[in-house]
Design a protein around this ligand. Structure first.
Ligand SMILES: Nc1nc2c(ncn2[C@@H]2O[C@H](COP(=O)(O)OP(=O)(O)OP(=O)(O)O)[C@@H](O)[C@H]2O)c(=O)[nH]1
Ligand SMILES: [Mg+2]
Length: 690
């Protein structure tokens, strides 16, 4: 029994690897708690979660699904999170609002690794979590082998709470290790209590002892009892479990098959016992402030309601029409909605513990801690309650509106998309003049691009972005340029002598003048510089020019015909004639990358980097990540576009990388020729061909 009836609704996030069965589990929970009359299935595409067109089309979750229900008189909200690593930020944001998490995973040894980044996040944030070993109906390996593989990636001890009963190849029920009762699964219903099968007695004793020993690691009294062979009471064991789970010291493991409703009611009962109340969670997160206090963990824009800020209410009540502030923006709530998959219903107020949508809080972002006066202190820095920063973008596409006139609409829509999902970043690249959409991978961007079309009615075309190549020169030249034109009235006259010189890599551009005796009058000198700078946008190879110095050292002028315009033209002319003689060379951007992988993949990653013209700088154990390495390398940016795709496929999806631009390096020979030819404008290509 729970020690006391919780005073407020609790919230649990369903997380875990891609396709482990989280949305199916949500459906089963809603069915078991009679929130829905019949279950949908992933196959039919009618689950309560995944009701958006994007999720249905892809048969996967692409955002958090929110649904509330009541179990044994207590209120619950479940946050069914997407499993794909590309939507991890969405899941992490939801985890910040939850009192506990259920990590749904499949009983496989090979894919245990895919849980590591998630478990690390949960432990770093001290989020109480239990494991639900789903698809136990399909499991062809022993639970203890799965558990051993999972233990290898969990910093906290896994505590098995049930052992499976097998009949032939299938798991048909379980023995609960605390009550020591045996149950037989029954589709769509609570499991049947059955007599303990004789074959199970030994396994049950051994597993129960294992459970007690793990709990005894955190309690001297229990340890003493075990040493004296005293059997602790059921109530004692329950309270040890609840206490250690709440403190994220242990990870209880339950078994089941969501699709058959097997083990789901048992799971709900243990949530009921063990999940901390919202006040405990708020204290863990360090969220302080007078009521009302709420935090936004998701932002949506819906056609019929406008902006929806989905919040966890840490201290209620919050009434419709109230004004809330995050400290810099305050906004009036224009409606409170209760969410159930895609269905929303209005309500007048929200209470402590609730998860609701607050409408039209303009200016308020995901992560914002809202209070009446905006004086609630949001935790920062290293604290467990600090809002998680979005991951660094690692994959990008250049996007264009399909229709020319849609450009303004597109930038508005992109702004909203990145407000909904801060792991989507929009960049106007100054070098390539492309509009870039950055995110976590192909699927992440494909879903965003779908949304542009379906929700914002801006169809876009996308392609791999251009690499911002540059060019420079390898030797200097002295160049004379004269611009002279006589055409009726005023003529134009400007004459300059310049020296063009290469500069050290990374110097950029430098203009100097060494005019003596006024051969070029002071007031015209800036015009010469303007003409030179204008030329630098596109050098002889067709790329922006860097690391060049131009010295204006002599020239001539005419009292009447000289002008700024004439000297500017002369500046450009001098460059156009001089630069091709300076041995121009292509420069390619090189990035410093730090690839993070489990160390069993380290050598594979090193080879991968090398085949991409990368230069390995070294590798080391990743700080704070036992069993993981960080491989540092210099990698040409042109090799980075699809790096994440290959890296994930080589590392069971868990490898990732961080990157920063490092330097420009000369690129010569065939690869350079190919790039230069491909960037030549169409008209020039035609000229070359004829
Ligand atoms: N055999 C079996 N299959 C299951 C069970 N639960 C879910 N599945 C199947 O697993 C697949 C994935 O189920 P989902 O519920 O969509 O998985 P998910 O974890 O929500 O997936 P993402 O949100 O995309 O990460 C579907 O084909 C389900 O039918 C189960 O208990 N047993
Ligand atoms: Mg799902």
């Amino acid at each position: 029994m729970p020690n006391k009836t919780p005073s407020a609704p609790r919230c649990v996030a369903l997380v875990g690897p891609y396709l482990a069965g989280k949305t199916t589990l949500l459906e089963s929970i809603l069915f078991a708690t009679e929130a829905i009359p019949r279950k949908g299935t992933a196959k039919e595409g009618n689950l309560t979660g995944d009701s958006s067109p994007a999720a249905r089309a892809r048969k996967m979750s692409v955002e958090v699904n929110v649904a509330s229900t009541t179990f044994m008189g207590e209120k619950w909200t479940f946050l069914d999170c997407p499993g794909s690593i590309e939507f991890a930020h969405e899941a992490r944001s939801a985890l910040m609002a939850a009192d506990a998490a259920i990590v749904v995973c499949e009983p496989t040894v090979e894919r245990a690794m895919t849980l590591a980044p998630l478990l690390k996040f949960l432990d770093d944030r001290q989020i109480p979590h239990l494991l639900f070993l789903n698809k136990i109906d399909d499991a062809d390996i022993r639970v203890r082998d799965t558990l051993a593989a999972l233990q290898a990636v969990s910093a906290r001890p896994l505590v098995l709470r049930q052992v499976p009963i097998r009949e032939g190849d299938t798991v048909t029920g379980y023995v609960d290790l605390i009550s020591e009762r045996a149950y037989h699964y029954k589709a769509g219903q609570a499991s049947d209590l059955i007599p303990m099968p004789q074959t199970m007695a030994e396994r049950e004793k051994e597993a129960r002892q294992g459970l007690l020993e793990k709990l005894a690691d955190f309690d001297d009294k229990l340890l003493e009892q075990l040493l004296e062979d005293t059997v602790p009471s059921k109530e004692d064991i329950y309270s040890h479990l609840a206490r250690n789970l709440a403190a994220d010291r242990i990870v209880p493991v339950l078994l089941g098959a969501a699709e058959r409703d097997a083990g789901v009611r048992r799971l709900l009962k243990s949530l009921r016992h063990d999940v901390p109340e919202p006040s405990v969670t708020a204290a863990r997160l360090g969220l302080k402030g007078a009521a009302p206090l709420a935090q936004v963990f998701k932002t949506q824009h819906a056609a019929h309601t406008g902006k929806v800020s989905v919040v966890r209410v840490w201290q209620g009540p919050i009434a419709d029409g109230a004004t809330l502030s995050d400290g810099s923006n305050s906004a009036k709530i224009a409606g409170i909605t209760r969410l159930m998959g895609n269905a929303v219903t209005k309500q007048a107020k929200a209470e402590t513990g609730d998860v609701v949508g607050l409408l039209k809080l303009e200016g308020v972002a995901t992560g914002a801690l809202l209070s009446a006066k905006g004086d609630a202190a949001a935790p920062a820095g290293e604290s467990v309650g600090a809002w998680p920063a979005p991951p660094q973008p690692i994959f990008s596409l250049a996007v264009n509106a399909e229709k020319r006139g849609d450009d303004v609409k597109l930038s508005g829509a992109l702004h909203r998309l990145s407000e909904e999902d801060p792991s989507l970043v929009v960049e106007h690249n100054a070098d390539t003049h492309e509009l870039l959409l950055w995110g976590q991978g192909e699927m992440h961007l494909a879903v965003a691009i779908d949304r542009l079309r379906s929700s914002y009615h801006v169809p876009v075309v996308s392609q791999a972005p251009q690499v911002p190549y540059k060019e420079t020169i390898r030797k200097g030249v002295t160049q004379h340029a004269r611009h002279k034109r006589q055409s009726g009235g005023h003529g134009q006259f400007a004459d300059i002598k310049i020296e063009i010189r290469p500069l050290a890599r990374g110097s950029g551009f430098n203009f100097e003048e060494k005019i003596v005796g006024g051969s070029v009058p002071r007031n015209f000198i800036p015009a010469v510089e303007d003409g030179v700078r204008d030329y630098l946008k596109r050098g002889p190879l067709g790329f922006p020019v860097v690391d060049v110095q131009v010295v204006l050292f002599d020239g001539q002028y005419h009292d009447v015909d000289s002008s700024d315009q004439a000297f500017m033209t002369a500046g450009g002319l001098g460059m156009r004639e001089g630069m091709p003689k300076c041995d121009p060379v292509l420069l390619e951007p090189i990035c410093k990358v730090a690839v993070t992988v489990p160390n069993e993949f380290t050598s594979r990653v090193q080879r991968l980097v090398q085949t991409r013209r990368g230069q390995i700088l070294g590798y080391d154990a990743k700080a704070g990540w036992p069993g993981w390495d960080e491989v540092s390398a210099m990698l040409p940016q042109s090799e980075m576009h699809d790096l994440i795709i290959e890296l994930r496929s080589a590392t069971q999806g868990v490898g990732t990388f961080g990157w920063t631009f490092d330097h420009l390096a000369e690129l010569t020979g065939k690869p350079a020729e190919k790039i230069i030819a491909s960037r030549r404008p169409a008209e020039e290509k035609a000229k070359v061909a004829s």
